[in-house]
Design a protein around this ligand. Structure first.
Ligand SMILES: [Zn+2]
Length: 305
C-alpha cells in the first residue's frame, strides 16, 4: 500500500493505493486559496489521516501544479502561485518527519496511466494534460523520465510549430512570458480564443464542445481546427519520443472528436509511412494525479529528483 496526494488548485485529494491499483481510502478537501502555510498544513493533515489506517509507515508521493527548481529545491512554474519560490517538499518532510517524493501533476497523470490505465501494456507513454494548462509527462518501461532540468515532458511551453501557427489569427502571449506556447492554443482558454477569432463570440471550451456535438457549424469548425492544431503539436513529440501511446487527460480530453480526427491529421506531419502510436482517452477519467503520485517511489530513481 502507498499514499498518493494530488495538490490541485481547487481540491486536495489523498488516497491509499493497494498494490493491485485499487483505491482503499480517499480524502478530499478544498485547497486553501493562495495561502502557503494553510496549504502545507492541509496536505500534511491528509497524509497523517491516511497513515492512521496502517500499522506500518506507508510511502508518500505528492503531485503538485509545478515542479522543483534544482538545485534550490524551491517550487517553480505553479499556477497556484503561492507555492512558487517555496521549499514545499522540504517543508512537508520537516512537518511529517520522513522523506516524501514529489512531481508535477502531468508526470503523475502519465505514471498513473502507465501503471494502471490506458498505457499499462505499453513501453513508452506520453501523458498529456489538456485543461486549464497544457502539460506532459513521459514514462518509459514504467519509469518516469525526469531529466537534467526536471522539465522532461513540458511540451506545453514549446512554441507551436510553424504548421500550427498558420491556424491562429495573431500571436498569443503565454503566462510564462513567452509567445505562442502550445498552451496558448491547446488549453481551454486557447480553444476559447480560437473560437473568438473565428466567430467573435466568447464561450468556455466546454460550451464550444457541446455546441459542436449538437451540430453547430461554427463550433464544429473550431473543434476541427483544434484537432489540427493538436495533431501538428503532437507530431513533434512523436518524431522525438516515438511513444507507443499518447494518453490525453484534463477537461478537454473528454471531447470525443479528438480521438476520431487527430489520428488522421497526424498522417501529414509524422515522419513515417504508417503511424503505430495510439491516441487514447485516459483509463481513469480526466484526473488521476493521486494514483500517479502513489507510484512515485516505484517509478523515479532516487538520484534523479
Ligand atoms: Zn508558456
Amino acid at each position: 500500500m502507498r499514499i498518493g496526494v494530488d495538490l490541485g488548485g481547487t481540491k486536495i485529494e489523498g488516497i491509499i493505493l493497494a498494490d493491485t491499483g485499487s483505491v482503499i481510502e480517499k480524502i478530499r478537501v478544498d485547497t486553501p486559496g493562495e495561502q502557503y502555510q494553510a496549504t502545507l498544513e492541509a496536505v500534511c493533515k491528509i497524509v497523517d489521516q491516511l497513515q492512521a489506517h496502517s500499522s506500518s509507515l506507508l510511502s508518500v508521493g505528492i503531485g503538485t501544479p509545478g515542479t522543483l527548481s534544482l538545485p534550490s529545491e524551491l517550487m517553480k512554474n505553479c499556477n497556484s502561485i503561492c507555492l512558487n519560490g517555496q521549499p514545499l517538499q522540504k517543508d512537508i518532510e520537516a512537518s511529517l518527519g520522513y522523506a516524501i517524493r514529489m512531481e508535477n501533476d502531468a508526470n503523475c497523470f502519465a505514471l498513473s496511466e502507465a501503471h494502471f490505465g490506458a498505457g499499462k501494456d505499453s513501453g513508452t507513454v506520453f501523458g498529456v494534460i489538456l485543461g486549464t494548462g497544457t502539460g506532459g509527462g513521459i514514462v518509459v518501461n514504467r519509469q518516469l523520465l525526469t531529466g537534467a532540468n526536471h522539465i522532461a515532458g513540458e511540451w506545453g511551453h514549446n512554441s507551436i510549430p510553424h504548421s500550427a501557427h498558420e491556424l491562429i489569427a495573431e500571436d498569443r502571449t503565454c503566462y510564462c512570458g513567452r509567445r505562442n506556447c502550445i498552451e496558448t492554443v491547446l488549453s481551454g482558454r486557447g480553444l476559447s480564443q480560437t473560437f473568438s477569432e473565428l466567430t467573435a463570440r466568447q464561450l468556455e471550451a466546454i460550451e464550444i464542445a457541446r455546441l459542436a456535438e449538437s451540430g453547430e457549424k461554427a463550433a464544429i469548425d473550431c473543434i476541427q481546427r483544434y484537432c489540427q492544431q493538436l495533431a501538428r503539436c503532437l507530431a513533434t513529440v512523436i518524431n522525438v519520443v516515438d511513444p507507443d501511446v499518447i494518453i490525453l487527460g484534463g477537461g478537454l480530453s473528454n471531447i470525443a472528436e479528438l480521438y476520431r480526427a487527430v489520428p488522421a491529421y497526424l498522417q501529414d506531419f509524422v515522419f513515417t509511412d504508417v503511424i503505430h502510436t495510439r491516441l487514447s482517452p485516459p483509463g481513469f477519467g480526466d484526473a488521476s494525479g493521486a494514483r500517479g503520485a502513489a507510484c512515485l517511489w516505484d517509478s523515479v530513481r532516487a538520484n534523479s529528483s
